[in-house]
Design a protein around this ligand. Structure first.
Ligand code: DMJ
Length: 670
C-alpha cells in the first residue's frame, strides 16, 4: 500500500471547482459560500501580512544574510554600499574580480605588502647566501639572526647555468582514500560523519594524469589562440590584454604557467615558454600596470622559474621588471601606489579606493626579499621592510588592520577589514615571511599572530547551521557572508598552527579544518558543484542563491589551495576526495573546446560561460590540484613557500637556499 505523506502547504493540491459536476442550486449555494470564504481568506491574509511586516525580522525568524550582530542597515550587495559609492568608474580591479563584466575588462589588481624586519635585526644579521644546499645544522640556525634578504648572491653563475631543471618528484604512495557519503543538503553539517565508509582505491597517479591533461588543454588552447597575450578567451578563441597590465601584451599566462609546467614534468612546453620570454617579453612599454598583479604573477612567476630551472634569462627579466616597478614606491610615505607606468615610471592610486590597498602593499614581501637575495641589491627588501614598519606602527583599533592606507599621509582609509579581497594576502604574507625566513623573522610572526587573533574575535562566526565562516567587517559591523577568496584562510590558519602562541596549535588546525569544511559546503550546495564568488551560510537552508550574492565561479584556486594545505598537514583523505570532486566539476562544466572558462551562475544546471581563462587557473588551481595528488616531497613545505599566485620560492635557510651544488632532484612525473 502506498504511503501517504503530508505535503507542505506550498505543495498541496487544491481541488478545482467544476460547475458541470453539480446541480444549479447546489452550484449557487456553493458559489455564495465560496465568495464568503474567499472574502474571509482575503481579510485573514491581509491581517497576517500586516502583522508579519511590522514584526522585526528576527522575531519572524528570517535570517538576515549579510548583517551581523550590530548591523543596523540593510546591506545587500557583495561589496559594501559605501565602497561602491566611493568608487569611480575606473576600477583597477583589485583583489576582487567580482562581476563578470568587471572581470572581463579587468583593471589592476591587488597588492599587499609586508615587510617587517627591523633595522636592528637587519644589522645583526649575517649575510644570507642564496642558492646553496641547506645543510646547515639546527644549532647554527638558531644562533643566527633573522634571514637577510639582501645579501649578495654568491652563487656561482656557472653552477646556475649548468643546473638541470628541477624535476617534480612525484611518486605518490598515498593510494587509499576513503569515500564519503553524499553530503546532506539543507541539513546542519555533521562533522565527519563519513569516516568509516569503505571505499574504492584512490589512484593518485590517475588523478595526476588527469590534472596534467587538463593543464595541457588549457595551455595548448592558449598557445593556439592567444599566444603572447595575457589571457585567453576560450569561446571567442582569441587573446585578452586587459587593464591590469595596461593593455600591454606581456604573456602573463606564459609566465604564470611556467612553474606548473615544470612540476608536471612538461619540460618541452616549459622551454617553449622560456623561448618566448627570451625573444619577446619586453617590459619597456607604455603601459600602466598594477604593481600587485605584476608582482605576484610576473615577478613571482619569473623568480620561481629561475629557482626551479636555474636559467639565467629568468633572473635577467625579473630584475628588469622589478626596476620598472620601483617608482611606484616614490610617495611621501614610501607606501606604494597601486599603478605604475612601465616606461615613464608615472604612478598613481586606484581612483575608487580610499588609499593604497592593504592586500596590495602587503603582498610584495616574499618576492622583493628574493630579488635582493638573487641580486645582492638591498633596495628591494628595504622598500618592503619600510612598509612593514609603517603598518606595524600604525594604530590598530580592535586589533584590526584596515583595507586602505593613504600613501600621502600614512593614515588608514575606510574602516573596513577583510580576509577576502582587499585584505587577504597581507595576512598570508606575514605568515609566509616568517616561514620563508626559516622562522627567524619574528616580527612578521608576531604581527600575524596578533592580526589573526583580532580577526578571529571580530570577523569569524558560526552560521545558524553551525558552520564557521569569515565575514567582512565594516565600521564595527559584520557582514555575515563570505567570499571565495577568503577560503584560502583555511590553509593559512592550519599552516600557522605550528608556532602559534599560547598552545593554540590544535585550535588553529581545527579552525583551518572548519573553514575548509564551510568552503567545501559552498561547492557542494550548488548545481554545478563549484563554489560561488560569495555565499552566506546562514541562508543555505533557505536562499543559497540570494540575489545579494555573486553566483559566478571564475576558476579561482582558494578552496583547492586550502584542501592542499590541509592534506599536507593532516593527511586526512577527505581533502583529496574534495579536491577530486572540484577537479571533475571544473572539467565537466568549465571545459570548452578552446580551453577552460569561468561560469556565470553555479546554481544553474545550465552552465553559461564568462569566456575568460584566467592565468591563475594555470598558475594556481591546476598546480594545487596536482600537488594534492602528489607526494609531500614534491616541493616540501619545509623548503618552499608559495607566493600568493602559487609560485614556489625557496625558504632562505640562513644563508643557504635550496639551490646549490646539488640541484634539487625532483623525479619526473612521467
Ligand atoms: C590570484 O591572483 C591570487 O591568488 C590573489 O592573491 C587573489 N586572487 C587571485 C585568485 O583568485
Amino acid at each position: 500500500m502506498a504511503k501517504t505523506y503530508l505535503l507542505p502547504l506550498y505543495d498541496r493540491r487544491v481541488p478545482t471547482f467544476s460547475s458541470r459536476a453539480s446541480s444549479f442550486l447546489h452550484r449557487r449555494a456553493t458559489q455564495r459560500l465560496s465568495k464568503r470564504l474567499i472574502i474571509l481568506i482575503l481579510v485573514a491574509f491581509t491581517l497576517c501580512f500586516a502583522v508579519f511586516s511590522f514584526l522585526p525580522k528576527k522575531v519572524v525568524g528570517i535570517p538576515d544574510p549579510y548583517q551581523g550582530e550590530t548591523l543596523e542597515h540593510d546591506v545587500e550587495d557583495r561589496q559594501s554600499q559605501d565602497e561602491m559609492k566611493d568608487r569611480e568608474p575606473v576600477e583597477p580591479n583589485v583583489k576582487d574580480k567580482q562581476s563578470q563584466d568587471e572581470m572581463k575588462d579587468r583593471e589592476p589588481v591587488e597588492p599587499n605588502v609586508k615587510d617587517k624586519q627591523s633595522q636592528d635585526e637587519m644589522k645583526d644579521r649575517e649575510p644570507v647566501e642564496p642558492n646553496v644546499k641547506d645543510k646547515q645544522s639546527q644549532d647554527e640556525m638558531k644562533d643566527r639572526g633573522p634571514v637577510e634578504p639582501n645579501v649578495k648572491d654568491k652563487q656561482n653563475e656557472d653552477e646556475m647555468k649548468d643546473r638541470e631543471p628541477v624535476e617534480p618528484n612525484v611518486k605518490d604512495k598515498q593510494d587509499m582514500i576513503r569515500d564519503r557519503e553524499e553530503p546532506e543538503h539543507n541539513v546542519e553539517y555533521k562533522q565527519d560523519k563519513i569516516r568509516d565508509v569503505e571505499e574504492p582505491e584512490f589512484d593518485t597517479e590517475d588523478k595526476r594524469d588527469k590534472i596534467r591533461e587538463m593543464m595541457m588543454h588549457a595551455w595548448h588552447s592558449y598557445k593556439m589562440y592567444a599566444w603572447g597575450h595575457n589571457e585567453l578567451r576560450p569561446l571567442a578563441k582569441r587573446g585578452i590584454d586587459d587593464r591590469m597590465f595596461g593593455n600591454a601584451k606581456l604573456g602573463v599566462t606564459i609566465v604564470d604557467s611556467l612553474g606548473t609546467l615544470y612540476i608536471m614534468g612538461l619540460h618541452e612546453e616549459f622551454k617553449i615558454g622560456q623561448q618566448w620570454i627570451e625573444q619577446n617579453l619586453d617590459f619597456d612599454v607604455n603601459a600602466d600596470v598594477s604593481l600587485f598583479e605584476a608582482n605576484i604573477r610576473l615577478i613571482g612567476g619569473l623568480l620561481s622559474a629561475y629557482y626551479l630551472s636555474g636559467q639565467e634569462i629568468f633572473k635577467l627579466k625579473v630584475v628588469e621588471l622589478a626596476d620598472k616597478l620601483l617608482p611606484a614606491f616614490n610617495t611621501p610615505t614610501g607606501i606604494p601606489h597601486g599603478v605604475v607606468n612601465l616606461r615613464s615610471g608615472a604612478h598613481y592610486g586606484w581612483s575608487w579606493a580610499s588609499g593604497s590597498i592593504l592586500s596590495e602593499i602587503g603582498t610584495l614581501h616574499l618576492e622583493f626579499v628574493h630579488l635582493t637575495y638573487i641580486t645582492g641589491n638591498p633596495v628591494y627588501s628595504q622598500k618592503v621592510m619600510h612598509i612593514r614598519k609603517l603598518l606595524a606602527k600604525m594604530d590598530h583599533p580592535n586589533g584590526l588592520y584596515r583595507n586602505f592606507v593613504d600613501p600621502h599621509t600614512g593614515h588608514w582609509g575606510q574602516h573596513h577589514t577583510s580576509v577576502g579581497g582587499l585584505g587577504d594576502s597581507f595576512y598570508e604574507y606575514l605568515l609566509k615571511s616568517w616561514l620563508m625566513s626559516n622562522k627567524t623573522d619574528r616580527e612578521a610572526r608576531k604581527m600575524y599572530d596578533d592580526a589573526i587573533e583580532a580577526i578571529e574575535r571580530n570577523l569569524i562566526r558560526k552560521s545558524t547551521g553551525g558552520l564557521t565562516f569569515i565575514g567582512d567587517w565594516e565600521y564595527g559591523n559584520l557582514k555575515r557572508k563570505m567570499g571565495h577568496m577568503s577560503c584560502f584562510a583555511g590553509g593559512m590558519f592550519a599552516m600557522g598552527a605550528k608556532g602559534s602562541p599560547n598552545n593554540k596549535e590544535e585550535h588553529y588546525l581545527q579552525l583551518g579544518a572548519e573553514i575548509a569544511q564551510t568552503c567545501h559546503e559552498s561547492y557542494d550546495r550548488t548545481a554545478l558543484k563549484l563554489g560561488p564568488e560569495t555565499f552566506a551560510p546562514d541562508l543555505w537552508a533557505t536562499r543559497p542563491a540570494d540575489s545579494g550574492l555573486v553566483r559566478s565561479y571564475i576558476l579561482r584556486p582558494e578552496v583547492i589551495e586550502t584542501y592542499f594545505y590541509m592534506w599536507r598537514l593532516t593527511h586526512d583523505p577527505k581533502y583529496r576526495q574534495w579536491g577530486w570532486e572540484a577537479a571533475q566539476a571544473i572539467n565537466k562544466y568549465c571545459r570548452v573546446n578552446g580551453g577552460f572558462s569561468g561560469l556565470t551562475n553555479v546554481y544553474s544546471s545550465n552552465p553559461t560561460h564568462d569566456d575568460v581563462q584566467q592565468s591563475f587557473f594555470l598558475a594556481e588551481t591546476l598546480k594545487y590540484l596536482y600537488l594534492l595528488f602528489s607526494n609531500d616531497d614534491l616541493l616540501p613545505l619545509e623548503n618552499w613557500v608559495f607566493n600568493t599566485e602559487a609560485h614556489p620560492l625557496p625558504v632562505l635557510h640562513n644563508g643557504h637556499s635550496l639551490l646549490g651544488s646539488d640541484p634539487i632532484q625532483i623525479d619526473a612525473a612521467w
